[in-house]
Design a protein around this ligand. Structure first.
Ligand SMILES: [Zn+2]
Ligand SMILES: [Zn+2]
Length: 162
């Protein structure tokens, strides 16, 4: 049930043939500040080639992202495209035609993992959090503290006070 299996035995060796497929698979991915935990939808077309199958697909899933600067969290739909060639001999990832069928879940999960931003930003110019008080600098300039002790005026203030 966690696999995306397509029957393609009759397509191999017939380059003019194709089969549309779709399905979903539960995935759990964690990359940096991004996680995907839930269904990945996959749709695609498997085409016969002289010696195998080429599967072209679109994979999509909802990712939960955390901005690496301000820690805002949000959900985003990740959509990506990929393709995989299958023959009877496994490729370097171990993908192959087995019993007249291909499993698209592995290549689709690989493509999805590549499409997820490992270091998400809520926006490209996110100002992040104040390192002193933790205020979100996108909504609050936070210019009221911490500068006095670094400022040359702080020395003068001490002189006047004494
Ligand atoms: Zn942010
Ligand atoms: Zn601050």
């Amino acid at each position: 049930m966690s696999r995306l299996i397509v029957d393609i035995g009759d397509l191999v060796g017939h380059p003019e043939t194709k089969r549309v497929f779709s399905g979903e698979r539960q995935v759990r991915l964690r990359l940096g500040e991004a996680t995907v935990e839930g269904p990945m939808d996959v749709t695609g077309v498997a085409r016969g080639t002289i010696d195998g199958i080429i599967a072209v697909f679109t994979a999509s899933a909802c990712a939960h992202l955390t901005c690496v600067r301000c820690l805002t969290e949000w959900d985003a739909v990740i959509v990506t495209e990929g393709s995989q060639h299958y023959s009877r001999t496994p490729d370097e990832d171990g993908y192959a035609i087995e019993d007249g069928r291909i499993d698209v879940s592995g290549p689709a999960t690989d493509e999805l993992a590549l499409a997820i931003p490992a270091a998400p930003l809520c926006r490209s110019d996110c100002k992040g959090l104040c390192p002193i008080c933790g205020t979100d600098l996108n909504s609050d300039p936070c210019d009221g503290h911490g500068k006095e002790s670094d400022s040359p005026f702080a020395v003068l203030k001490d002189l006047f006070d004494s």
